[in-house]
Design a protein around this ligand. Structure first.
Ligand SMILES: [Zn+2]
Length: 409
């Protein structure tokens, strides 16, 4: 055995970065907050110690460049984000940034230069907790962020632009922060799985095939409110009983279709009294799949089923779309190379879609993207109980180093 040197190094850094929190209890590190600044400063120091050239871009992403054999070669970008949700775990985001840093540090220590440059990227705005929209870091690098996204304000009335200046970034350089297609070979992100698939399969790592596209629908079922004591059962138009049937239809239809997931996460019956038949019920549907075609087909079947249930019960129903994001396919070459790198490290990887969104979605507008998932305990994320083992951290480091050493565009 290796003694888990790289895994230990990575776990130590994850613990150190987790000390930078906006709250005394637990880890909360919002975009452009004082703790984000302190985390970025610490990371910049570690990058410099590892021999990287460090820069801060217009939207607060920290980037450390490790030159290849020839100067100014195109770069492979490797990273993730260092902002967190409120009361977060230590690994979501930070794992990908610190794995990239630890890998490049290992190359740098042994004086190894590759035929391409590597840029370690720490985005700051992935979780979208502080401002209304998100992925500002990756969208700025990809050149798809409109300057108007810097005018958004947080609940305290502070604009992104003002927060960036306080952070030490220069929002006027937004255009100059975009990378060129010629300068970038691809983007690779290591991330905890945030789901139970790897644990169930007893594998430390997985290679992501696609990041699921999502659609969110709002459903309003209109029945008739009435007295619960005086309305005979056969004469009711109960919107909540109809919605219950619809919720089960959503589950059944998604269940029948491999890789598609659909969830009713919120439901509200009105007027919401113990002795009144609910006249109106509203609920949400969130449907995701690695391909837009598969997801749209399932959503179509769900819509038909809902219409059928409403018609049979004599109720009116309206379905509106609240959100739609396309699926992002991962690059076939990067997938094959990550797969080979995992096998060379002795780990047959699971190939799986990502159910959660990531910076890689925005980076796909610029370059080929891929993700390596690392097993996490119980599939838990966005929670202090988030955990990975030192053995899995070490496995991920070996896979990433194998990948970097063998990567060819
Ligand atoms: Zn994340």
């Amino acid at each position: 055995m290796s003694g888990l040197t790289l895994g230990r190094r990575l776990m130590d850094r994850l613990a150190a970065l987790a000390c930078f929190s906006d709250e005394a209890e637990g880890l909360t590190r919002l975009y452009l907050s004082p703790s984000h600044k302190r985390a970025a400063d610490a990371l910049a120091g570690w990058m410099q110690e590892a021999g990287l050239d460090v820069r801060l871009d217009a939207v607060g992403s920290l980037i450390g460049r490790y030159e290849g054999v020839a100067a100014a070669a195109p770069a492979l970008l490797v990273g993730s984000h260092i902002d967190t949700v409120r009361q977060a775990g230590k690994y979501d985001g930070a794992l990908g940034v610190l794995a990239a840093l630890t890998a490049v540090e290992a190359l740098s220590k042994s004086g190894e230069r590759l035929p391409f440059a590597i840029e370690v990227v720490a985005f700051g705005d992935e979780e979208g907790v502080r401002f209304p929209s998100t992925l500002r870091g990756s969208r700025a690098l990809a050149g798809t962020l409109d300057a108007s996204a810097l005018d958004e304000r947080d609940p305290e009335g502070i604009s992104v632009r003002e927060a960036l200046v306080a952070f030490g970034a220069d929002p006027a350089k937004l255009r100059a922060s975009a990378m060129t297609r010629e300068g970038v070979l691809g983007y690779v992100e290591v991330h905890i799985e945030q789901g139970p698939v790897l644990e169930r399969a007893s594998r430390p790592v997985g290679v992501v095939t696609a990041i699921n596209g999502a659609r969110r629908l709002g459903v309003v079922v209109q029945g008739t409110a009435g007295h619960s004591g005086t309305s005979p059962m056969a004469m009711r138009r109960d919107s909540l009983a109809a919605a219950a049937e619809m919720v089960l239809a959503v589950e059944r239809i998604a269940y029948q279709t491999g890789d598609v997931v659909a969830t009713v996460g919120s439901i509200e019956a009105r007027p919401g009294a113990v002795n009144v038949i609910p006249g109106e019920t509203r609920f949400t549907i969130d449907a995701r799949a690695p391909s837009d075609e598969a997801r749209d087909a399932v959503v179509g079947r769900i819509e038909n089923a809902i219409d059928g249930i409403a018609a049979r019960r004599g109720l009116a129903v309206t379905i509106t779309q609240a959100h739609r994001a396309p699926a992002t396919a991962c690059d076939a070459n990067l997938i094959a190379r990550l797969d080979a790198a995992a096998r060379a490290a002795g780990h047959e990887p699971v190939h799986l879609p990502s159910g959660a969104g990531h910076d890689a979605m925005a980076m796909a507008a610029l370059c080929p993207v891929a993700m390596l998932f690392v097993r996490c305990a119980g599939g838990i994320s966005h929670h202090p109980a988030e955990a990975i083992t030192i053995e899995d951290a070490d496995a991920a480091m070996r896979v990433l180093l194998n990948f970097l050493r063998t990567y060819k565009p």
